[in-house]
Design a protein around this ligand. Sequence first.
Ligand code: B4P
Length: 191
Amino acid sequence: MLNVVIFGAPGSGKGTQSEKLIEKYGLKHVSTGDLLRAEIKGKSQLGQMAESYMSKGQLVPDEVVIGMLEGLVQRNGHVKGFIFDGFPRTLAQGEALDAMLTKYNEKVNVVLSLEVEDEELIVRLLKRGEISGRSDDNRETIESRLRVYYNQTAPLKDFYEEQGKLVRIPGQGSIDDIFASMATVLDRITV
Ligand code: B4P
């Protein structure tokens, strides 16, 4: 399996690039943001709980997100690999992902970290908010998401750097150029 984590701040282009990567590499896309938004749309109990965190720009509790992913990884043992988009977002999630994959003699092969300046992130998310209707794409919530990112998510970079898995990708510029940089890294990995 080729297991890739797409890492980055909110609005860094994780979802955008994941869509292109799954097409080229035939990997299974796992976006915790999409999974949670589907729960909200379906008005499930989990969705109602998740919305109360997401609309404030906070992370949904680890045990909820980890539980959601465990079953998904288990059901997809046959795939060529996974693209984890927006997961892990805390150290506890990073450790849980390692444990989940180890059970199947698998591991995270590489972590592609999209590096984008805050000003650009804010512009992108405000722009998306105008069309997406996402309740978390407004200025106040975006600022809270960025604070949460630096406090709770960014420390994972050290976690993966220590494992020699972190590759920083410049995330500003054309979507195709950024995609090409990511593909160059993935094409060098043999599994
Ligand atoms: P996510 O759904 O993961 O979304 P995101 O971080 O906001 O965006 P992403 O980086 O995917 O940006 P995108 O490509 O869309 O998370 C939403 C919320 O869900 C979180 O705040 C949290 O509450 C919850 N959640 C999710 N996972 C969780 C977890 N593991 N644990 C706990 N809670 C969790 O790009 C953004 C915009 O930029 C788009 O409009 C796009 O068109 C544009 N764009 C992309 N690339 C561009 C480029 N190169 N140039 C210009 N614009 C670009």
